[in-house]
Design a protein around this ligand. Structure first.
Ligand SMILES: Nc1nc2c(ncn2[C@@H]2O[C@H](COP(=O)(O)OP(=O)(O)O[C@H]3O[C@H](CO)[C@@H](O)[C@H](O)[C@@H]3O)[C@@H](O)[C@H]2O)c(=O)[nH]1
Ligand SMILES: [Mg+2]
Length: 276
């Protein structure tokens, strides 16, 4: 179906999707999200006032052409291609900076974040004027994590989540499905785009205080491969040390290091038992 975009509408919301080799997921993400907007006009966001921005790190797998096809079909798609930079968090920040909307949402391309849920997260910010942050959580009532999600990922996620506890009251700062207002983003200080956990970084460094959460069921990746690696886990630990120091001052660093080492040994022992 080809529906032309109404170019007169002001963009209200920008959905930013970092991508690296996700060609098979781009069309289902865009069509499912836009379909949801067309079939459930419960709020302010519609296909004419939203943009879906892919920030791609030179995937060269046909992603750019797929995005152009969708644009030609009238879908509200923007494709940013980076050739000299690489990384999930910096890609999200680039998308947020280029976004035209006042409401910003970040989601993964791989459909683990159901595209149908994106409008609900955006509407939560519209309805709750006092909220400065919206989080998609996998730990709410009535939702579940796909039982096929690998056990070692469940463990890594749980440990990562407990280590972030002193920094945020968010129930699932690791979910990667979150949003905030542009005005909140602009209050951010010393934002460090390392690793995968940009939601935690922004929550802390933008001084967020009043969050709202939307539960969602977390799926498993159907196409392409996860880019999580040992290097990403090390970057997360670096990020934690920096955020603890930002929040509590230098005196906190020795305590953090001891905790991180303790949990590191704990994770290694569990992984060893699982894979020996
Ligand atoms: N532009 C760009 N995008 C990237 C890069 N690395 C990963 N991405 C994109 O970032 C998204 C998440 O990457 P995955 O490869 O799916 O990572 P994951 O292991 O499933 O981790 C994700 O799930 C976690 C929840 O368990 C999330 O917490 C985490 O933020 C991440 O979203 C995908 O859309 C992927 O294409 C990169 O270097 N550059
Ligand atoms: Mg994924």
């Amino acid at each position: 179906m080809t529906t032309q975009r109404n170019n007169q509408s002001k963009i209200l919301a920008s959905v930013v999707v970092p991508t690296y080799k996700e060609v098979a997921n781009i069309r289902p993400l865009v069509t499912r999200l836009v379909n949801k907007l067309e079939n459930s006009p419960f709020g302010t966001i519609n296909r004419n006032n939203i943009e879906i921005i892919f920030v791609d790190d030179n995937s060269k797998d046909g992603s750019k052409e797929r995005a152009q096809e969708l644009k030609d079909e009238g879908y509200p798609v923007v494709f940013i291609e980076r050739t000299t930079e690489r990384g999930l968090s910096s890609a999200v920040l680039r998308g947020f900076n280029d976004a035209k909307g006042d409401l910003l949402l970040c989601m993964d391309a791989d459909l683990q974040h159901p595209p149908e849920k994106a409008p609900e997260l955006l509407e939560a910010l519209v309805k709750n004027k006092d909220a400065d942050f919206v989080l998609g959580t996998r730990y709410g009532e009535g939702v579940e994590i796909d039982p096929n999600w690998p056990m070692h990922r469940v463990i890594i996620s749980k440990v990562a989540r407990s280590l972030s506890r002193p920094l945020t009251p968010l129930s699932d700062p690791m979910s990667g499905f979150f949003g905030l207002r542009k005005s909140t983003l602009e209050q951010g200080k010393k934002i460090n785009p390392i690793g995968f956990k940009i939601a935690l970084e922004l929550y802390v460094k933008c001084g967020c205080k009043n969050s709202t959460e939307v539960p969602f069921s977390f799926g498993v990746r159907e196409a392409g491969e996860s880019k999580l690696s040992g290097k990403v886990i090390v970057k997360y630990i670096e990020q934690l040390v920096e955020l603890y120091s930002y929040t509590y001052g230098q005196a906190f660093i020795p305590a953090v290091l001891i905790t991180v080492i303790f949990f590191g040994i704990f994770v290694l022992m569990i992984l060893y038992r699982l894979f020996q």
